[in-house]
Design a protein around this ligand. Structure first.
Ligand SMILES: Cc1cc2nc3c(=O)[nH]c(=O)nc-3n(C[C@H](O)[C@H](O)[C@H](O)COP(=O)(O)OP(=O)(O)OC[C@H]3O[C@@H](n4cnc5c(N)ncnc54)[C@H](O)[C@@H]3O)c2cc1C
Ligand code: FES
Length: 271
């Protein structure tokens, strides 16, 4: 068995600029890495440090991993300077992944904000591949401005897939934008889904997760059907350091995707 503390070398095959602050790194690991949608990796640059990221590529393609990264601090700034041919280190996968068996036969609402669409993309790959197992996939996505819409190159294609619909919004009006304007929560108004049966998966900034969850509860979605990606700061990724605990849970081990029913009574669980 591989030592979970030792990174596996991976070659950067391609770098795709998604937005001025977000890039997708296409990696070819030394050996295929099997992962479940929602599990995360620790991605590092030798001698510089590592940070947790959820692959944005298909869990059905273990020999090539894509990771989509927002530039925000020291590690992510360094990652953004990498070009094809560079070698990085990968540890993982860690965490449990999305509870996809729970989605069987249901409508799945996927709600993303900003770079939060990146961790959700592996789940979208899973849902598109297993589309006969679910009733429908409805993607609701919001970003601050048009230039920051992640995976804009793919939105139209997703919206054309059978049993899939895609709607996006930006926070404030912008020149040249004739799409929807308003926070992502506004996309939850007038939903045509059976709120008692549908499941919701959401990933985005903490403040967004909080308001999306409040709105879903107001609309009547049961907490047992709401799954939130709690992508907080982590260190070991293995339940050893205690950096990521929320109540009795370690997000790295018990999450990072948590059922709202399990955390709703924990003070400040959603900030
Ligand atoms: C399970 C998991 C999955 C993730 N998946 C992705 C992903 O797919 N794509 C992506 O772009 N990012 C993802 N993140 C967030 C990513 O790990 C952080 O942005 C990264 O650790 C920042 O490292 P840094 O050294 O560049 O920033 P630092 O220099 O450590 O910090 C710079 C700023 O970013 C903030 N920050 C640091 N970590 C986080 C965090 N986890 N969430 C929010 N703000 C943070 C700091 O508070 C600080 O303000 C994920 C995080 C977790 C825990
Ligand atoms: S990151 Fe160390 S316990 Fe979760």
């Amino acid at each position: 068995m591989d030592n979970a503390f030792v990174p596996m070398p991976a070659v950067v095959e391609d770098v795709i600029t998604e937005t001025p602050t977000i890039k997708t790194f296409v990696l070819s690991p030394e050996r295929p890495i099997s992962f479940r949608a929602g599990q995360f990796m620790q991605l590092g640059i030798p001698g510089l440090g590592e940070a947790p990221f959820t692959p944005s590529s298909s869990p059905f393609v273990p020999e090539r991993m894509e990771i989509t990264i927002l530039r925000t601090g020291s590690v992510t700034n360094a990652l953004h300077t990498l070009a094809p041919g560079a070698v990085v280190g990968l540890r993982g996968p860690f965490g449990r992944g999305y509870p996809v068996d729970h989605f069987e036969g249901r409508e799945v609402l996927v709600v993303g904000g900003g770079v939060g669409l990146a961790p959700l993309r592996a789940l979208l790959f899973w849902l598109f591949h297993e589309i006969d197992r679910v009733k429908r996939v409805s993607i609701k996505y919001g970003s601050r401005e048009p230039a920051e819409l992640c995976f804009r190159r793919l939105h139209e294609e997703w919206g054309r897939l059978p049993k899939v619909d895609f709607t996006c919004t930006i926070d404030r009006p912008a020149p040249g934008w004739d799409g929807r304007v308003g926070l992502v929560t506004t996309l939850l108004d007038g939903l045509d889904v059976d709120v008692k049966e549908a499941v919701v998966v959401s990933c985005g900034p903490e403040v967004m997760l909080k308001f999306v969850t409040l709105k879903l509860c107001d609309l009547g979605f049961p907490p047992e059907h709401i799954f939130l990606s709690m992508n907080r700061n982590m260190s070991c990724g293995m339940g050893l350091c205690g950096r990521c605990n929320v109540g009795p849970f370690y997000l790295c081990k018990d999450g990072p995707d948590m059922c709202y029913a399990d955390i709703k009574d924990i003070p400040y669980a959603l900030g």
